[in-house]
Design a protein around this ligand. Structure first.
Ligand SMILES: Cc1cc2nc3c(=O)[nH]c(=O)nc-3n(C[C@H](O)[C@H](O)[C@H](O)COP(=O)(O)O)c2cc1C
Length: 246
């Protein structure tokens, strides 16, 4: 039983340090050493995982992009990648490190039908939606100078609200012939592509937004507008260069 008035005695254990010997390492030094080792191992694992999966991720991204091209140009049987140059003009992409990475360059795909005839153009665009950037692929027909289809490349919009842009038939009907023709001097779109409130569409270059998902609808409109504004003034004067493919 404890007796409250009798204090507990602590034994003092003397540590013998030989004269001239180094004092024992403090626990702080040991902790820093362990922390450093753990951080280095974690760093190596992260870099290894990134490098080990880089090629697979790039290949998957490429497959998803190409699928989106075939979706927005249904007649496409083969595709070729091009770049619209910052100073005007277009040229085929030759691979990593080519002009496509130059500031202001715009990548696009030329899609060819079973006879090797140009079936349409596909290009990506992106704009801020409700949660994050909405990245879309749109198909362009040089014949009607209009957008003929869209597909989503990446988005994190709310399921059941923003993601209606891929399921809502009325919304998708906006993209059967969305007007993106150029001004007479081919310097810019004749009319800005823009999503308007549901039920307020009056012109062929407007997008009738989804009620309750106007923000995501607007992101789609801005993505198409910005990409088409950058691409079409360079592409349209050079469309004959895309020729046909055997
Ligand atoms: C939890 C939550 C998630 C939402 N997600 C989206 C979305 O993904 N896309 C969108 O456009 N609006 C989203 N909204 C709705 C917007 O806040 C806003 O009401 C709507 O976009 C405006 O469109 P309206 O004028 O047609 O109602 C969300 C709202 C809430 C509360």
């Amino acid at each position: 039983m404890n007796t409250p008035d009798k204090p507990t005695e602590h034994k003092v254990i003397p540590i013998a340090v030989a004269p001239g010997a180094a004092p024992p390492a403090s626990p702080t030094v040991g902790m820093i050493r362990t922390l450093g080792l753990v951080s280095a191992i974690c760093g190596l694992i992260i870099v290894g995982a990134y490098q080990g999966t880089y090629d697979a991720v790039a290949a998957n991204k490429r497959i998803a992009t190409e699928r989106a091209v075939f979706k927005v140009i249904p007649a496409a049987k083969s595709i070729a990648e091009y770049v619209a140059l910052p100073g005007g003009g277009i040229e085929p992409r030759v691979g990593a490190g080519d002009t496509a990475s130059a500031p202001g360059a715009v990548k696009f795909f030329a899609a060819y039908d079973a006879d090797g005839k140009l079936a349409g153009i596909a290009a990506e665009g992106g704009a801020k939606g409700y949660a994050d950037t909405v990245r879309i692929m749109f198909g362009y027909s040089p014949d009607c100078q209009c957008v003929v289809g869209i597909g989503v490349v990446a988005m994190r919009e709310t399921p059941g609200i923003g993601d209606k842009i891929i399921t809502d038939k009325d919304f998708l009907a906006n993209f059967t012939a969305l007007d993106v023709k150029l001004k007479g001097d081919l310097s810019a779109l004749a009319n800005e592509v823009r999503a308007v409130k549901h039920g307020a569409k009056t012109s062929a270059w407007q997008i009738d937004a989804i009620a309750g998902a106007t923000i995501t609808s607007r992101a789609v409109g801005k993505a198409i507008n910005d990409s088409a504004q950058a691409l079409l003034p360079r592409l349209v004067p050079n469309i004959d260069k895309l020729g046909s493919k055997s």
